[in-house]
Ligand binder design. Structure first.
Ligand code: EPS
Length: 402
């Protein structure tokens, strides 16, 4: 059983964000343009701060890929922060720190206060720097590699925005389109939301929030398509696919809730209303299939379970929603307490995004892709793509006979 390991490092305004991924199989063809496009999408969305125009998010791979193909060795990469130039006097590893970037008035909702208590520091610069969502740039790179791997098996992790600031899309998703088609549509939207009317209202709401100095949250959805059954396991708590996906999505800054399928609504439904009846149809065998949909015989008319039952994927689309709170940094800050003087003081503000839900959707899909890739490797893993493809083909043959 092979398992991915992924570490990130880097501060928001430090030199760079870096990542290392270990155990990524050998022989996966990687498109640099695909990764770049995912990174561009993460920076996008109406309502981001000026910083997103300044950051370039150019990823440089340092190891593990040769001639566009993974080598089986650890993949390491670096994404430089353009903001470093403005912060190097106060964040330099060894030079004397010139004052000016410390702050002592925590933002409610941010890691500032809890981090200050944890590390017993009144200057929360160190806490902000690492708690910042800037690190999600590395999650998107790992997610993009995972997406490329999964696409070899026909698995695609779609994403889109369902709601922002309480405005909810009524035509939220188009079934039966490819990832490429989806991205083309999303790239012409403001918020990666597929309902034009809702988008107009969201935009008005974001403009109002910007003018009045507050922030907005919302909900994004990830749909992983053509996922085979059998990923994850009920045999132990930490192998459950829904638990693993939830942890990954919950770790995105600002996410305060995760829903699998219609899990939340389901808590008030009756058993026969919620559970997804199982049907069977005969299929014609396809030669050399490498996509679960080619041999899929059992199916459901509903998918309230969101493609996972008992912690195991069941062959339906995996549906995940991330609920994001409004971000804590606001142009019109809440009042709080200055940790040094103990007097009442407005919370720290430098500049802020109004909403990060579109970015959350991209990052969420990266997290789901990474977790599915990991579980896929656990089940079909080998050192090379060749081995993995053979194992997968053999499983699909067994499913076909089942
Ligand atoms: C973030 C605060 C903002 C965001 C940042 C995350 O940074 P700054 O305070 O420098 O304006 O722009 O997000 C990114 C830099 C990014 O790449 O997503 C925070 O506090 O989490």
């Amino acid at each position: 059983m092979s398992r991915l390991r992924f570490l990130t490092a880097g501060e928001s305004h430090g030199k760079a964000i870096v990542g290392i991924i270990e155990n990524f199989p050998r022989g996966v063809k990687i498109s640099y343009d695909f990764i770049r496009r995912e990174l561009l999408l993460r920076r996008g969305g109406y309502g981001r701060s000026e910083r997103m125009k300044r950051e370039k998010d150019e990823v440089e791979f340092l190891s593990g890929i040769r001639g566009g193909v993974t080598m089986g060795s650890p993949i390491s990469f670096i994404v430089r922060n353009s903001e470093w130039e403005n912060f190097k006097d106060s964040l330099s590893p060894f030079e004397d720190i010139k004052s000016g970037k410390e702050f002592t008035s925590p933002r409610p909702g941010h890691a500032d206060f809890a981090g200050a208590m944890k590390f017993l520091t009144k200057d929360m610069r160190d806490i902000l720097e690492r708690a910042s969502a800037r690190t999600t740039v590395a999650r998107v790179v790992a997610g993009a590699l995972s997406k490329v791997f999964l696409m070899n098996f026909g698995i695609e992790c779609h994403f889109h925005v369902l709601s922002i600031g309480g405005i909810t899309a009524s035509k939220p998703y188009v079934e039966n389109i490819s990832y490429e088609e989806l991205l083309k549509r999303l790239e012409s939207t403001f918020f990666y939301c597929l309902d034009r009317e809702a988008e107009e209202k969201m935009k008005e709401e974001v403009d109002r929030a910007k003018k009045e100095g507050y922030s907005l949250g919302g909900v994004f959805e990830v749909r992983a398509k053509n996922v085979p059954p059998g990923l994850g396991s009920y045999t132990e708590w930490d192998r459950r696919m829904d638990a693993r996906i939830s942890m990954a999505v919950m770790s995105i800054p600002s996410v305060k809730g995760v829903e699998i399928g219609n899990g939340i609504k389901g808590s008030s439904l009756k058993g026969h209303e919620f559970h997804d009846t199982i049907y069977f149809k005969k299929v014609k065998r396809k030669r050399d299939f490498l996509s679960y949909s080619d041999v899929k015989k059992f199916y459901r008319m509903t998918n309230n379970a969101g493609g996972i039952e008992g912690g195991v994927t069941n062959g339906e689309n995996v549906i995940v929603r991330g609920y994001m709170k409004p971000i804590p940094t606001m142009r019109k800050p809440l009042m709080g307490v200055d940790l040094k003087t103990k007097s009442s003081s407005p919370a720290h503000f430098e500049r802020a995004d109004v909403t990060v839900v579109p970015a959350g959707a991209v990052i969420g899909s990266a997290c789901v892709a990474y977790e599915l890739c990991n579980a896929f490797l656990e089940k079909f893993g080998g050192d090379t793509m060749e081995e993995i493809k053979n194992a997968y083909k053999s499983y699909l043959k067994d499913i076909e006979k089942f």
